[in-house]
Design a protein around this ligand. Structure first.
Ligand code: PLP
Length: 415
């Protein structure tokens, strides 16, 4: 490539996105994105769309929290806004059981760090006010572990991932909320992987004062849009009293563009940043799809199809260690142990987008975001079995197919 040449137009192929995220974006969402007219961020329909999104988000989250809106960007953008109220020296207990809760804890340690803490270890500060409780990969954070840590440390804040996507484990949200109430701790939850998949309403967990999710997993709105967040009045009052070190991710400021000022809904938003009419239109359509599917039905559909995938990979000789319903995390049979990354790379080279775990031990992750059909699960299992077989494993694809057929046949019989 010389200085005067221009790269050819970028072509990105269609793949089978069968990982922990992003999920396959619905054609309706892409059409809404592409069909939106060019309109600025203060145009009436863009502002109305944001207000409607806010109302839909309250239903998706199951909350009356006024401070419920979207933070432009990815899951980490929403989490950054969530952790914005943590100030240097604040006492925090973080529960870590995988990659993502590990990065949550890094964000928290960065926020709680004093200038000296940062100077001592700029990229991985270790403020003494933050306690990280590490639960081994493959295990869930339990009510007992939470209770013990909060009783001992009595922190201002506690932080946990609801569903830890790195290891595919569901953590005890009820236990977390209850322990936060018992010890008067403000709970913050990373709900990036659970929102839009699990049937839960955040108002049922009053120990949690702030929640953050992402556009690309359960909400299924990758075309870079909004990370849903929600804050209770207690969080907002604490923030109003103490402030935080960010303008763009200060939830009080960010909420203004969504028509939330001084704890009340207003008729139209006021400027916070240049929102994209395309993104608002796409997000709006994604939320409509979520509500049309219904939280309870959607959760039941994920559980149903995950069970089929789980049983099929077990029939292929794999051991499943996860308990999330959007994802299976598995160990390959002994004959392929240690070759997980190789298998994943081979699959990805053919447009079959499965993933390894990002932290040790290396396992394989296969996800079903927006793959809620017998045909989709069958294709995923067929392609996975082909990769195992190509690496020399003795797989019984017929057995796996029989398991899948029985699973779906018994569901039809039960209807
Ligand atoms: C995916 C994920 C994130 C990060 O989300 P991005 O959209 O990649 O920024 C954070 N936490 C959890 C639990 C996740 O699953």
């Amino acid at each position: 490539m010389t200085d005067t040449e221009v790269f050819p137009q970028l072509v990105i192929p269609e793949t089978l996105a069968a990982g922990p995220g992003p999920g396959n974006t619905d054609a309706r969402v892409l059409a809404a994105f592409a069909d939106a007219g060019l309109a600025d961020h203060m145009q009436a329909d863009v502002l109305r769309g944001m207000i409607e999104c806010k109302h839909m988000l309250r239903r998706v989250w199951g909350t009356k929290n006024t401070y419920t809106f979207g933070v432009a960007g990815t899951g980490w953008s929403g989490l950054d806004a969530l952790f914005s109220a943590i100030l240097p020296g604040d006492s925090v207990v973080c529960f870590v059981n995988g990659t993502f809760s590990g990065i949550d804890a890094l964000t928290v340690r960065t926020r709680a760090a004093t200038r000296e803490d940062l100077k001592a270890n700029a990229l991985d500060p270790k403020p003494s006010s933050v306690t990280v409780i590490t639960v081994p990969h493959g295990q869930s954070v339990t009510a007992e572990v939470i209770e013990q840590a909060l009783a001992q440390h009595k922190p201002t804040w506690a932080v946990m991932a609801h569903w830890e996507t790195g290891s595919g484990r569901i953590n005890d949200l009820q236990g977390f909320s209850d322990a936060c109430l018992r010890h008067n701790v403000m709970g913050l939850i990373d709900a990036v992987s659970s929102l839009g998949i699990e049937d839960f309403a955040i108002d049922d967990f009053p120990g949690v004062v702030g929640w953050a999710s992402c556009p690309q997993k359960g909400v299924l709105c990758l075309p870079l849009t909004y990370a849903p967040v929600s804050f209770t009045d207690r969080y907002i009052a604490h923030l109003r009293e103490n402030g935080c070190y960010t303008f763009v991710h200060n939830p009080i400021f960010e909420a203004r563009h969504w028509g939330i000022v001084d704890g009340k809904d207003t008729a139209a938003g006021t400027y916070h940043r240049t929102h994209s009419g395309y993104a608002v239109a796409a997000f709006h359509e994604a939320l409509r799809i979520n509500l049309q599917h219904g939280r309870t039905q959607k959760a039941a559909d994920y559980a149903h199809h995950e069970a089929a995938l789980r049983a099929a990979v077990q029939a292929l000789g794999c051991e499943v260690t996860s308990n999330m319903t959007s994802l299976v995390v598995l160990n390959l049979p002994a004959s392929l142990a240690g070759r997980e990354k190789e298998l994943v790379q081979n699959a990805r080279a053919k447009g079959f987008g499965i993933w390894p775990t990002l932290s040790e031990p290396v396992q394989v992750r296969i996800g079903i975001l927006n793959q809620l059909s017998a045909a989709a699960i069958t294709e995923i299992v067929t392609r996975f079995a082909a990769e195992m077989s190509a690496m020399g494993a003795d797989v019984d694809l017929d057995a796996a197919m029989t398991v899948i057929e029985r699973h779906y046949a018994s569901a039809i019989a039960a209807e």
